[in-house]
Design a protein around this ligand. Structure first.
Ligand code: CO
Length: 465
């Protein structure tokens, strides 16, 4: 009966979470065939921060990486993570760019696109979902799990139903901050299974130490798919490890059917690379520990360390407790956004400003204003008139989908970089990361035409390799 499926994250989230997305394609390729033979539900292999990191730090064409993986992984669906209307960048793009990006992602080998929006505003995932289905891809709609006085199971079920109506082929609970506790996971999954027909996938991180327990309870509640990472790159800020889950479920009604010995060959492959990463300082043992503060403050670990460093810079560590008390108040004022990029930074920085200024919203960051104004989309709960008045000072709130205000931009982008285009996809790399893409194009061109690359050598590029 209810066999549990596993999506392996080693090629994307695992190394994004542990070694700042620095795993190069050449480190992946020798093991792809083995990964492809395991029988995973999917290999998460692209999207998230990998696109940016390939161009910025690895001097790699992200599209080429995808094609190389796809050329070997012929059986297992390849999955990517997409930030809705933000694609893989940090702003809203016009619909024509979103549609073209999705078309090219599928054409180059992506089968499943996991699409989310930082505010859980479903309007921001709609264009990408439609495009994915049009290209014949599996559109997985995703909501960010969060804890607040506004959020409860009914809210998440409502979101999920809306996503199913929009045509989602499956739904993912994204617990990026590792806040989801085992028994809450049980109730949430149970409610989702009772209310939506499409498969439910759970994505968590091991940061707070409860990840594997959370998976086990979610499995008992009927979750269809869970995300894990092969053990050498599991735990800490990455996913719970694959092998213990497979072992724990063996012989039960939830048996994953995956072969532990085959998995151990994959683990063996990554062990020397892990050692190398530790030696190079790329893998900091700190990220491998359990951060129990998350369980106390219910804010992501990364957000707490950001607050500490902001306060240290201001010589104001004595205000730490006050800031921690201010965070939930600011979050309430902002309509309870999930604490994920960029809202976690916006809420955190505004809480610091409020405490240091000694008066709430005496100083308001540009980003806070943008969030209240509706530039990121609709916040989960409405923002009070009092806060709107205080922060917008009479300016109108945007109530439409933010991308409705953006004119088509693809043709302009194409004409800007005509001379560097070697493949259609270059236009998209440039649309998302103009500076990094251009640096990359110049190096590529120099290498191709045998120009002594000194003038455009990567060592001289603006960004570290
Ligand atoms: Co994740």
């Amino acid at each position: 009966m209810a066999k549990v499926k596993i999506t392996e994250t080693i090629l994307r989230d695992a190394h994004q979470s542990l070694i700042a997305t620095r795993m190069p394609t050449e480190e992946m390729l020798p093991v792809i065939e083995k990964l492809d033979n395991i029988g995973y539900n999917a290999l998460e292999a692209w999207g998230g921060a990998t696109f940016d990191a390939s161009l910025r730090f690895l001097n790699e064409d992200p599209w080429e990486r995808l094609r190389k993986i796809k050329a070997v992984a012929k059986k297992t669906p390849l999955q990517m993570l997409l930030r809705g209307q933000n694609l893989l960048g940090y702003k809203h793009y016009a619909d024509d760019v979103v549609e073209y990006f999705v078309q090219k992602a599928v054409a180059n080998g992506i089968n499943i696109i996991r699409i989310f929006d930082a505010l859980n505003d479903v309007r921001n995932i709609e264009t990408a979902m439609k495009a994915c289905k049009k290209e014949g891809g599996h559109a997985q709609a995703c909501f960010s799990y969060t804890i607040s006085p506004y959020h409860n199971i009914d809210v998440f079920v409502k979101d999920a139903k809306r996503m199913e109506e929009m045509g989602a082929d499956s739904i993912c609970i994204k617990d990026m901050a590792a806040l989801l506790l085992p028994y809450e996971a049980y109730d949430l999954v149970k409610a989702l299974k009772e209310n939506v027909k499409v498969p439910i996938e759970l994505h968590t991180h091991y940061t707070s130490g409860v990840g594997s327990m959370t998976y086990l309870k979610a499995i008992e509640a009927g979750v269809d798919i869970i995300d894990t990472a092969i053990s050498p790159f599991a735990g800490g800020t990455s996913q719970p490890p694959t092998e213990p889950i497979v072992a724990a479920l063996k012989g039960t009604e939830y048996d994953t059917g995956l072969d532990l010995e085959a998995l151990s060959e994959i683990a063996d492959y990554f062990k020397p690379y892990r050692e190398q990463c530790i030696k190079d300082g790329l893998l900091d043992p700190k990220v491998l520990g359990v951060d129990a503060n998350t369980l106390i403050y219910q804010v992501p670990g990364g957000m707490l360390s950001n607050l500490v460093s902001q306060l240290k810079q201001q010589n104001a560590m004595d205000k730490f407790e006050a800031v921690l008390r201010e965070v939930p108040r600011v979050r309430e004022d902002m309509g309870f956004p999930p604490l994920v990029t960029p809202s976690s930074q916006i809420v955190g920085s505004q809480a610091v400003l409020n405490v240091l200024a000694g008066e709430r919203y005496k100083m308001v960051s540009k980003e806070t204003k943008g969030l209240v104004k509706g530039e990121y989309g609709r916040t989960p709960a409405p923002i009070s008139d009092e806060i709107k008045e205080k922060i917008l000072k009479g300016e109108e709130q945007i109530t439409c989908r933010p991308a409705d205000l953006i004119k088509p931009e693809l043709e302009n982008i194409k004409s800007e970089i005509k001379e560097y285009i070697e493949q259609d996809e270059d236009v998209l790399s440039y649309a998302l990361f103009p500076k990094q893409a251009l640096d990359f194009f110049k190096v590529r061109q120099a290498a191709k035409y045998g120009i002594d690359g000194d003038a455009v050598n990567y060592k001289n590029a603006t960004h570290p390799v």
